[in-house]
Write a protein that binds this ligand. Structure first.
Ligand SMILES: NC(=O)c1ccc[n+]([C@@H]2O[C@H](COP(=O)([O-])OP(=O)(O)OC[C@H]3O[C@@H](n4cnc5c(N)ncnc54)[C@H](OP(=O)(O)O)[C@@H]3O)[C@@H](O)[C@H]2O)c1
Length: 339
């Protein structure tokens, strides 16, 4: 069957198109992967709409992460063989150590072509084995949303049992943060615009829930739930319109992970005084490295953690998948089936 890629030819949902691609031969250090599933990240929507990088060059194959099966390997490849089940690294060149300007240029579906394609070559170092208990759809959700939540809470925040984690909303990153926090013995408070979603969050282990629509002063609600102390860790996916409330909801010496911009980029942001008077730790988080991914997989494998999948769309219905994300009605991850 002819391989196909979902390409963005200009900004806007009207300009995504399935395009035939040639199946290349792997070079010495390359691995050819038949991709079975990819997940949708809010970033992919920002890329399509021209918000992520207004200067991006076209055409660009979309997609931040995927999972599939190795079909061929180059002569010098040592870690993979045909038949291996693999997932992709979001930053293809971030293997270990700190984030650098160079590794930042290797992000799939942004600076370089992405994963919404039925087959693709990867450098050997840009792949990782999938934990055996996960389906391809589940594994495809790990490289971006899950690793971001893991990097924040575990790698940067050194989350400890008994601490309180505040998770904003019930999208992909946030539900992974909930699962990771429970794995570490934390108390988790989840906010959402929907009471029905909050009930589902409780079923996943959330200890406390707040509807941020009906309780706009949710920072005060967090303090009420923590004897006036506030949350030790805040997974900040909202951005400039939620940051001030997040700082208010934080405990002294708490951690705020700057991850997303779901509430927009034109709000008041973070008043430096609110960070300094509480001695807050404010971390920028940009996905994570291969070494972090390995540590996350080990923890998930032991606990048999399953990602929360909202809905699976075929690649031919990618536009509907993007529109579903735009609607904000999803709970957890939206996945594209690529085969
Ligand atoms: N820095 C990184 O490395 C990194 C990695 C991944 C994602 N991100 C960013 O993180 C954000 C989340 O990504 P995602 O893929 O998880 O998105 P997503 O799955 O589309 O999450 C959408 C959900 O976020 C919640 N939400 C929307 N506006 C909100 C607000 N003002 N306050 C609180 N919650 C709000 C809503 O939950 P309810 O319906 O429950 O209200 C909505 O359903 C995006 O901005 C994305 O670009 C950054």
């Amino acid at each position: 069957m002819q391989a196909q890629s979902l390409r963005l030819n200009a900004f806007g949902l009207d300009n995504i198109a399935l395009t035939p691609v040639d199946v290349p031969e792997p070079g010495p250090h390359e691995v050819l992967v038949s991709l079975h599933a990819a997940s949708l990240n809010y970033r992919d929507l920002m890329v399509v709409l021209g918000i992520y990088n207004p200067k991006m060059e076209f055409p660009r194959i979309l997609g931040s992460d995927a999972a599939g099966i190795v079909t061929a390997v180059g002569s010098a490849v040592t870690h993979f063989k045909p038949g291996d089940r693999v997932a992709t690294l979001f930053f293809q060149d971030w293997l270990y150590g700190p984030f650098t300007p160079t590794t930042g240029k290797s992000g799939l579906g942004g600076p370089i072509d992405g994963t919404f394609t039925t087959t693709r070559l990867f450098p050997e170092h840009g792949l990782i084995h999938i934990p055996g208990y996960l389906t391809d759809e589940e594994a495809a959700t790990l490289p971006c949303a899950s690793l971001t939540a893991w990097n924040a809470l575990v790698e940067k925040g050194n989350l400890r049992a008994g601490q309180t984690v505040l998770v904003l909303g019930t999208g992909g990153v946030s539900l992974f943060a909930l699962q990771i926090a429970k794995l570490h013995g934390a108390r988790v408070i989840v906010t959402s615009s929907s009471d029905e979603k909050l009930q589902r969050a409780r079923a996943l282990g959330a200890d406390e829930t707040i509807n941020y629509r009906t309780t706009p002063a949710w920072d005060k609600a967090v303090k009420d739930l923590t004897n006036g102390i506030g949350a030790d860790h805040i997974v900040e996916v909202g951005g400039s319109n939620t940051l001030a409330l997040s700082a208010s909801a934080a405990a002294f010496n708490g951690h705020i992970y700057i991850i997303g911009v779901l509430s927009g980029t034109d709000g008041p942001g973070l008043d430096p005084r609110s960070a300094l008077v509480k001695s807050l730790n404010v971390h920028g988080v940009y996905v994570g490295s291969r070494a972090m991914f390995q540590r996350m997989n080990a923890a998930f494998s032991l606990a048999r953690t399953h990602p929360v999948i909202d809905r699976v769309f075929p690649l031919t219905e990618a536009r509907a998948a993007f529109e579903h994300m735009q609607s904000g009605s999803h709970f957890g991850k939206i996945v594209l089936s690529l085969q």
